[in-house]
Design a protein around this ligand. Structure first.
Ligand SMILES: C[S@@+](CC[C@H](N)C(=O)[O-])C[C@H]1O[C@@H](n2cnc3c(N)ncnc32)[C@H](O)[C@@H]1O
Length: 310
């Protein structure tokens, strides 16, 4: 790596402002599980809608230890304030996507974990920043909590047994959400050259198909990776390490640089370390930053002890 540019670090701070000081064209892959803007936690509230029906939380939710600490009731009715949420999310993505584009080498890739509801806004913001929207990978998680309410129960509570019987089997809410989209963008390669020339010059632009087999996956755009016990407990939206390692090895070679500007418990960084890539992570929450630092130290120790044994 360039000596004037830090790598293999986890930085504390706001990535939107920190990235403005990053040099152009150094990063080979940005792999990030960005806030989905679905009001799951404080850091995920990216709109100014103070409607208490959305942002509150009920005693029942508290009791159930609901994962949505900020969601309150689901959006209902699409009030004017609710309609602003996707627009404000789009504006938020626009506020940093241009810097992501700038710091990547030509042909460099981006994988963004985005929520199903606001992913379209993310795609448009990235296209406007200059990226090509290459593909959408469906990450099949196998399991997901399901909270759709039974309509018959609602009517029974109102003592309306006739309606309860008529609507038996019907539910209010979404289907069980077992897949999450991973949006795949690339920075266009230089005009006048080919993608093959770009790979020779910058080392990126193609994908390594042999990696699917290595991770026991079918070579297509639907990947099934379960979260293991070791993939839980550090962050409310912690991603499986195997999935992150797969995405890194799919698009980069050893020694290249992976960036995660919203890195939470540093899963991306540990994945980069394990696959012998350089990494830079940024996190602005003190607790998660400290978790990430500890996790990286442990991962380095584990790696060193494996090397020693071998
Ligand atoms: C979806 S979580 C990432 C979780 C991660 N994939 C993991 O496995 O632990 C997004 C993280 O981005 C952080 N974040 C939000 N806004 C940020 C900002 N402007 N700069 C840096 N970090 C930010 C949040 O604190 C949160 O930990």
């Amino acid at each position: 790596m360039n000596s004037d540019f830090p790598s293999d670090v986890l930085l504390f701070g706001d990535s939107i402002s920190l990235l403005k000081d990053f040099p152009d064209s150094k990063v080979h892959l940005i792999l990030s599980d960005i806030p989905y803007g679905i009001s799951m936690e404080d850091w995920d509230v990216l709109h100014s809608n103070t409607n208490s029906a959305l942002l509150g939380h009920s005693p029942a939710q508290d009791k159930a230890g609901a994962i949505f600490k900020k969601r309150g009731k689901p959006l209902n009715g699409w009030s004017e304030a609710d309609r602003q949420i996707p627009i404000q999310y789009y504006n938020w993505v626009c506020s940093w996507a241009k810097d992501w584009f700038r710091v990547l080498v030509p042909g460099g890739n981006v994988f963004v974990f985005a929520g199903r509801r606001l992913a379209p806004r993310c795609i448009v913001a990235f296209e406007e920043a200059g990226f090509t929207f290459k593909d959408m990978i469906s990450w099949n998680k196998k399991q997901a909590p399901h909270r759709a309410q039974r309509l018959s129960v609602v009517y029974s509570r109102r003592d309306d047994e006739e309606s309860a019987q008529k609507w038996e089997g019907w539910k209010i809410g979404n289907l069980r959400p077992v897949f999450e989209p991973i949006l795949w963008f690339s920075k266009p390669y230089k005009i006048g050259g080919t993608i093959a020339d770009n790979v020779l010059q910058y080392g990126v632009g193609a994908y390594n198909e042999t990696v699917f087999q290595k991770y026991g996956l079918e070579p297509n755009n639907m990947v099934t990776v379960k979260s293991l016990q070791s993939d839980t407990g550090l962050h409310p939206t912690q991603k499986p390490l195997k999935l992150m390692q797969f995405l890194i090895e799919l698009t980069t070679i050893k020694g290249q640089l992976v960036l995660d500007p919203f890195c939470g418990s540093a899963t991306t960084l540990v994945a980069a370390l394990n696959t012998e890539r350089h990494y830079i992570g940024i996190e602005n929450n003190t607790d998660y930053y400290n978790v990430g630092i500890k996790r990286l130290i442990k991962a380095k120790e584990e790696l060193e002890s494996t090397l020693f044994i071998n």
